[in-house]
Design a protein around this ligand. Structure first.
Ligand code: GLU
Length: 418
């Protein structure tokens, strides 16, 4: 018997739609347009059979969700992760729609993935899995239709295999994926772009919100967290705690990020580092600090732990780290939350530059990539900050208002509602 007192678990889509509703209400959008904007355009589910090296067959499930394409081709990462199910991918696809619109790049939103643990797979198994999955979703991809990129559990090598597999059927098409190795048409600056962008948003916000970065805590030390740590250290920040899948390390005097960055590159567990205290992934979120950066999986700041968070501000480098009830608790406590669609937009912005470079068959240098990324991020930040200040809404609602309004306008102009 279901327990009537037990609260229904909030799904990722509940959270993203709750954020959308907050913005739609402020914008005064009609029920009709809200329904169109919330629903994904297309979702495909594919079977991904993988013959493992020991001879047995594993049957995985893969997804690609195209949420909204009214502003341009669908765009978003591919996630190989145990949590990547349809519900999760659907919410992440919607977030991409609002993120590309907020950044004002000419893309829609999509996300894809395979429910698996990429860390359990040998390299050749990962390659076979990538190629099978790519073949099965290639029907709905295209450089003017849908352009994947890396996300959790995938990287530049996976993008190289995707490009190669797609090319077998459709001819050499580097602009079919972004986040490729530089040798195959990847953009300089793309690998570090999400973490770099996070540091740019933090630098802007510290001025407007009078924040200090003497005590920074980063939950997650993969591509995003490790690069954010590196750039923040260069800006003079002191990182006092970081964590990975296995747990975290803490030193109130600051951690040697240059040295620890190598752990992320070599995928060595941080717990092997001996010159700091060990700390759990739960504890790290609750440390007293100036800035907390969740940079791992979604849904880590909830109603349950939001009351114990002791950060002056939260910068969401991960996608949807805060659930809707976690958000409500933080709002009541007056802790500003800089939303994912702003904080981690550097990645998709440089993906856009990569796509442009591939189409033009022309390479930009690092100065141009970084300069243009910074301009776009700062513009988005200022837009959000102005709305937050003038309308008295949360930073999240302000960010969604910018994105949702642009998508609503494009939908109307295209005549989708007539
Ligand atoms: N996976 C990244 C994100 O969540 C990047 C997506 C892209 O570059 O298309 O924003």
């Amino acid at each position: 018997m279901p327990n009537p007192n037990e609260k229904k678990k909030e799904s990722p889509t509940d959270t993203v739609n709750y954020f959308f509703d907050g913005a739609a209400e402020q914008l005064g959008l009609s029920e009709e347009i809200c329904q169109t904007l919330i629903k994904p355009y297309r979702e495909i589910i594919v079977e991904v059979p993988l013959r493992r090296n020991d001879g047995h067959l594993d049957l995985y499930t893969g997804y690609r969700v195209q949420h909204n394409g009214s502003r341009g081709p669908y765009k978003g990462g591919i996630r190989f992760h145990s949590t990547a199910d349809l519900e999760d991918i659907r919410a992440l696809a919607a977030l991409m729609t609002w993120k590309t619109a907020l950044a004002d790049i000419p893309f829609g939103g999509a996300k894809g993935g395979v429910t698996c643990n990429a860390l359990d797979l040998e390299t050749n198994e990962l390659e076979r899995l990538t190629r099978i999955f790519t073949r099965k979703i290639s029907l709905i991809l295209g450089p003017q239709r849908d352009i994947p990129a890396p996300d959790m559990g995938t990287d530049a090598q996976v993008m190289a295999w995707m490009m190669d597999e797609y090319g077998k059927r459709y001819g050499h098409t580097p602009e079919i994926v972004t986040g490729k190795p530089i040798e195959l048409g990847g953009s300089i600056g793309r690998n570090e772009a999400t973490g770099h962008g996070t540091s740019i948003i933090i630098a802007e916000a510290t001025i407007d919100f009078n924040l200090s970065f003497d005590k920074v805590v980063i939950h997650g030390f993969g591509n995003v967290g490790s690069h954010a740590a590196l750039y923040l250290t260069q800006m003079g920040a002191k990182i006092i705690a970081i964590s990975d899948y296995y747990g975290g390390i803490y030193n109130p005097n600051g951690l040697p990020i240059q040295q620890l960055f190598q752990y992320a590159v070599e995928r060595r567990p941080l717990k092997d580092y001996r010159d700091a205290d060990q700390i759990s992934n739960q504890e790290i979120l609750e440390l007293e600090c100036d800035i907390l950066i969740p940079a791992a999986i979604g849904g880590v700041i909830t109603e349950e732990n939001a009351n114990r968070i002791q950060a002056s501000a939260i910068f969401e480098a991960a996608n949807y780290p805060t659930t809707m009830s976690g958000e409500q608790v933080l709002a009541d406590r007056g802790i500003p939350v800089f939303p994912d669609i702003l904080v981690n937009a550097g990645g998709v912005i440089v993906s856009y530059f990569e796509w442009v470079q591939n189409i033009q068959q022309f390479k930009w240098d690092i100065n141009r990539v970084n300069k243009e990324m910074k301009e776009m991020l700062v513009k988005a930040y200022k837009n959000v900050f102005e709305i937050h200040k003038n309308k008295g809404v949360s930073l999240r609602t302000a960010a969604f208002m910018v994105g949702v309004q642009r998508v609503a306008k494009a939908t109307e102009l295209r005549g989708y509602l007539t």
